[in-house]
Design a protein around this ligand. Structure first.
Ligand code: HSE
Length: 308
């Protein structure tokens, strides 16, 4: 095999209670990439469609992720050409940079007959996140590579777990087309947390994960609470409180900021409810005059996959 085409999925990070540690992978929403081995050593970005992103390998998240991977193999001979067909908009909050870096390392790993497990690929894809946001967070790249819901149990040493996914969970995502750069959105987050808030947050994180494993949708819903980050970041997102309360009134289990925003997610039990939520929040956004996209998506159990 010398070339392959992959689907690189969108992801929702944080999920309210798990800043920088929790994330999940979406079905149907994502980019495509064509990755080819070349006789000429080195990593090149040969084509980008759908976005204005850097072609220079060391400035492109997919490029730096693959460079990190080949360096770990002490491989100076392999040549890689990367074509990126972007559908996820940069700065949308649904893991645009993560999709590119995860898709690239996953495909190169396949082409090299899998020297790494998908979990081992996370640290290389994180180099793309370091370039994109100044911080090598793993809560988008982990679900993009492993699929389903994932937890970063520890960053040092890196310990990433794939969690159980109840079968009836569906996401509604509204993406207002204002750009909120992750780097800027991280700057508004204060570095210290009051103990009382930390207690609330880790209670919710534990509750959310217990809910996933027991298929307890109500527990999942009441754990979707963010007393730390959301109050600081939600002011950057027009109509955030309105969208959130409308989603809850229309049956969503919970709602919050997707990653660093500006997208807002609502998690529901069943596709019918997720679609009802989509219609209701669409009505909230229409009068604002801000252009927006809405996606309804199941949870993608596989992560990056080959496109036949
Ligand atoms: N955990 C990261 C953040 C996710 O909130 O900054 C960015 O998508």
């Amino acid at each position: 095999m010398k070339s392959l085409r992959v689907f690189a999925p969108a992801t929702v990070a944080n999920l309210s209670c798990g800043f920088d540690v929790l994330g999940c992978c979406l079905e149907n929403v994502g980019d495509e990439m064509q990755i080819s081995l070349s006789a000429e050593a080195g990593v090149r970005i040969t084509k980008i469609e759908g976005a204005d992103l850097p072609m220079a390998t060391d400035k492109n998240v997919a490029g730096v992720a693959v460079i990190a991977m080949l360096a770990a193999l002490n491989d100076t001979k392999t040549g890689v050409d990367i074509e990126i067909y972007k559908k996820i908009k940069a700065g949308s909050g649904i893991g645009s940079s993560a999709a590119s870096s995860a898709g690239a390392v996953w495909a190169v790993n396949e082409l090299l007959s899998r020297p790494f497990t998908n979990a081992q690929l996370v640290k290389f894809a994180m180099e793309g996140e370091r370039l994109a946001s100044g911080n090598a967070h793993a809560d988008n790249v982990a679900p993009a590579l492993l699929g389903g819901f994932t937890l970063v149990r520890s960053y040092a040493p890196l310990d990433v777990l794939k969690l159980h996914t109840p079968k009836d969970l569906f996401m509604t995502i509204i993406h207002p087309q204002i750009e909120v750069k992750t780097a800027d959105s991280r700057r508004v987050v204060k570095p210290t947390v009051a103990l009382k808030k930390a207690v609330t947050q880790w209670g919710n994180l534990g509750g959310f994960i217990a809910g996933l494993y027991t298929n307890d949708y109500d527990l999942i819903g009441r754990s979707l609470e963010d007393v730390i980050i959301e109050p600081m970041r939600s002011i950057l997102i027009p109509e955030f409180e309105n969208v959130k309360s409308t989603a809850l009134e229309n049956g969503a289990l919970g709602a919050g900021i997707s990653g660093s925003g500006p997208s807002i997610f609502a998690l529901s039990k069943g596709k019918t409810t997720a679609e009802k939520v989509a219609k209701a929040i669409e009505k909230v956004y229409q009068p604002t005059g801000i252009i927006f996209d809405i996606h309804v998506a199941g949870i993608n159990a596989n992560g990056v996959t080959m496109v036949s």
